[in-house]
Design a protein. Sequence first.
Length: 437
Amino acid sequence: MRLVRVILCVWVFQLLLFSSVSARETVSGEKKSPFFFGFSHRFRFVTWDNPIHLDRNHGSGSTFTRHRTSFSVSYQPADTFSVFFKVTNEFRLYIAPKNRPFNLNELFVDNLSIKSIRPGRLPVELSLGRQNIMLGEGFVVMDGHPLDGSRSIYFNAARLDLFLQENRKLILFYSYQPETDTLLPVLNSRSQTLIEQPEEGIGLYYTEHLGRSVNEAYLIRKNIRATAARPAASRIDTAGGRMTVPVTEGFSLTGEAAYQWGTMDRENRSAFGGTVHFDYETGERLPAPGRVTVGGFYLSGDNPSTGGHEGWDPLFSRWPKWSESYILTLMPEYDGRVAYWSNISSVYGELVFSITEAVDLSLTFHRLMAPQLPSTLSTFASGSGRTRGNLLVAILNFQMMKGLTGHIRWETFAPGDYYDPGADGFHWLRVELMYRF
């Protein structure tokens, strides 16, 4: 009952806050202020049975609600200069397991950056501080610290965008991510772990637009520093490219591929990763799909018979790009590292149905494989084959009113012969409401 009362109080607070925010009106004719204030609140209900251990008898199911609230302010006194500041808190209320204590978690600085746009009319844009960075589709750069989930994705970084021509741009960036947030103040600190080992990144990312085509190329280095708990240091150099090409009206092709080299402790690296998808925008409504996608991805695995390391390192892209649930299944295979996309490939198809202007439904089916057989040292992935299994993802997206959106996401997985013959499948469900202004 205490938990029910807490949830009800949280919902009442949210409704009152939404109502007060929605009631605000702007007064026409006022002088434009250099300040802009933002607010967002995300409510999630999440439940799963056994995606981590693939064992119904393990008791690893979980049900909880997540509440993430962010306040932001940006200050732009001129077109060439701005400051952005955002604070965030996310806490959970556990329904199962019942022994998880409640706490409000941390209030932390989610973003704090200054941006200089074309200073002295130079063709550059400089951004310094804590900021979000997504390059391309997030295949190599998206999330700076995966261990706090979707609470935040920031990088502590310096970024320089150099505009070579109207349609060409070169991005240079440097980032540093400590294990916990030691760079800015944290209220009610819980020493939230952000990454297993400190990581440093430096990269070049080139983009050009030629009509409706987009070509990109990049060179990125990531250094993983040794710690007392994890004494193995690594260096990963990644060179790759991405392109999107319109084939015919409504039909496009997108592909990305990259090669990695460097070191992993005392071993030399040599890995490959790539993704491709064909998209057809039909423009149709039910019963026909509005979009049809056929694609695949390949991330190399380590070959234990060689003296090197061939496993793909996901760089700064340990996020749920292809699945929200299967990132948990990867944890016991990779020493507890969530979303460590490696030694995995997929052929998939996706259908997106436009039900109304405010509602759409997507259905995605993945046939997951493994380029390399399971490690003989693994007690989790201990099968005899390369078939990881079949993954189905269904997402119903909807918009209830201006600023208020939501979705219902369901995923289910049936394991293949990559796992022990007794491995069980799982179900995973999330309901989300998101309000922002």
